[in-house]
Design a protein around this ligand. Structure first.
Ligand SMILES: [Zn+2]
Length: 176
């Protein structure tokens, strides 16, 4: 093997290891995500669920909120609400006001979207589980109104290994 071949081979292995660490399925994260994922039924599953027609939602939500919550859109990074908010408080669904995430679980992901390691609970945030592309990605939905919030990935930091990547325009913030 020439020196050049050796270097290229070495880089390939290192890159593969880095990719596996960053994006490989995480057993702990999968277990954690199972707590938010219900295979039976579709959200919303709460007794106090909110069901409205598209016309009714359009009267309540502004265009940015409607695009995320009712059309499963995705805001451009660093253009939505709260991605850079560091205040203590609680994040609520912008459609139905259900509390969804605590500021204690928020972390700087560098993505430009508000990111959390956990949600308040399965009764609040519902992950529509699926796996694909060698890593885990699930749609995250409000369990009171069924509104689309974002996605959850298994490449988050401790303690859960999860990264709830949420569109800020789906959230209201209530300062503690
Ligand atoms: Zn909601």
């Amino acid at each position: 093997m020439t020196r050049r071949q050796f270097t290229v081979a070495g880089l390939g292995a290192a890159a593969a290891a880095a990719f596996s660490t960053a994006f490989g399925p995480d057993q702990n994260a999968a277990t954690m995500l199972a707590k938010f994922t219900v295979s039976q039924g579709q959200p919303p599953t709460r007794a106090d669920k909110v069901v409205k027609t598209d016309a009714e939602w359009k009267k309540i939500l502004d265009a940015d909120e409607y695009y995320i919550l009712r059309e499963s859109g995705t805001e451009i990074p660093r253009t939505g609400r709260w991605w850079n908010n560091k205040e203590k408080g609680t994040y609520h669904c912008a459609a139905c006001a259900l509390d969804l995430f605590q500021s204690d679980a928020k972390f700087e992901s560098g993505t430009g979207w508000p990111s959390f390691t956990s949600a308040i609970g399965q009764d609040h945030v519902f992950a529509k589980g699926s796996t694909g592309f060698g890593y885990l990605q699930s749609e995250v939905v409000c369990n009171r109104c069924g509104g689309h919030l974002g996605h959850v990935f298994d490449d988050g930091p401790a303690p859960t290994g999860l990264r709830f990547c949420i569109d800020g325009n789906a959230l209201d913030f209530v300062k503690a």
